[in-house]
Design a protein around this ligand. Sequence first.
Ligand code: FAD
Length: 490
Amino acid sequence: MFTHVIRRTFIPCLIQRSLSIATTNSTLSSSPIRICIVGSGPAGFYLTQNLLKLSQTIPTTIDIIEKAPVPFGLVRYGVAPDHPEVKNVMHTFTKIAEHENVRFIGNVHIGKTIGLKELQDFYHVVVLAYGSSVERSLNIPGEKTLANVFSAKDFVGWYNVGVPENAELRPQLDRTDRAVIVGMGNVALDCARILLSSIDDLAKTDITDQALDILRQSRIRHVTLVGRRGPMQVSFTIKELRELTKLTGVQSRLNQEDFNRIDQNMIDKLERPRKRLTELLLKTVQAKHSNEKVAERCWYLKFWRRPKQFNGKTTVESIDFEHTQPVANRSFSEENLPVQQNQTIETIPCGLVIKSIGYQGIQIDPWLPFDHERGIILNRQNRIDDRPGFYCAGWIGRGARGVIAETTTESHTIAKRIIDDIEHGRLINLRDIKSGGDGLVSLVKSRQVRCISYEDWKKLDAHETNLGLSKGKPREKILNIQKMLELTAP
Ligand code: FAD
């Protein structure tokens, strides 16, 4: 009751004061609404952009806090090096970061350097947009013990942009000509493309020199992607499939029998993206029959199989798969068919395994309501359960799926919800916070951690870009955190 009364009286007061500040055209020094966004990936940046647009009559400051010394999340550490057009969003993000009311504070690990609750001393609104950083496990024999079995997250971290902790992964690509990728999503296709692409093409991207050297020695010629469901349930998208079908010197080897069940009537009932994807898959099956030439390298899709165990003495030599089949159930659409295993076991030989079965988020602070099963923050319409003033955005709020464009659309809705809550007095952290980001930076400093500003990052950015240019690449990434800190030093 008491809180309710305070809420009704104080917040309009705060807003009114802010509004009057805005109309008298003065700076935001006295009482802006202080917002903090944890995570500098697409969700964090697009949300900032939308908050700036929607809060024009409410003086607002937005601090983006990032645990890495560098910004951009998976755009830097996930998106494949041969997708430079996707990485171009970094230019948009730079404009956002350089807005006068926005501040980037890197190298601050929320949940370690600073607790979540402590953020309330500096901010009225906290949005958690810290992504999904852990890969799911299969929990089957050989997964953790055999060499050359990797999670896609680690493999991507190694080849792609050198996530510092994966820089030393060193997959042995010269000891086998067969790789199996477990999973049929876009990340699985990214890994297949990197394994099958020509070195000359990869050398023009921002792939690390270290990864390029190992890929140069690669003997991999056959890449098989295995999924536990069928061709109508794959989770990759048409762009990634098309890229794989167009690789020079690489042939697709899809099995016609896997597609016999799909007729025109089924295709016509699908939503447009799935319809176009299925049509391309069918076209790809047929293309195989009209091109009998021996290919340098090949990729295969094997459906209705679930891994049961990895075999080998010290390094993986094969995988046992159990066959699966759809469970007939009218309450599920074709795309969401559940499966059950049957008794058939098949052993597929391979010397490299990449498990690409999805990412999930982690609870960064025990105070945060969390769904450990789904790996997301407990929330209703992005408002975190029982934590007024706390919101979530991006993969950590809705689960690790979807491309950047989905995050863009979602962030507009979330920004509207936050502004609506501010305008309707639904915040309860009502203190007149004077220090905001400055206070946070002082606290971080007192804990012997150096914050990285956007200006600091730009020094590292220039260094990486220049290093890349000298090698004919858009960028050569620095892998070592200590080196990153040195290069961003004031
Ligand atoms: P992230 O991008 O993961 O950003 C989260 C940020 O939070 C990170 O910077 C992280 O360091 C930071 N953080 C984490 N914990 C903390 C903490 N405790 N304190 C402070 N900061 C923290 N989409 C496309 O459109 N095209 C593609 O080609 C494409 N390729 C992809 C390839 C891979 C391998 C993956 C995994 C995804 C790809 N995606 C692609 C999807 C896209 O990357 C996601 O949709 C998007 O990055 C999700 O944004 P996010 O901000 O929620 O998470």
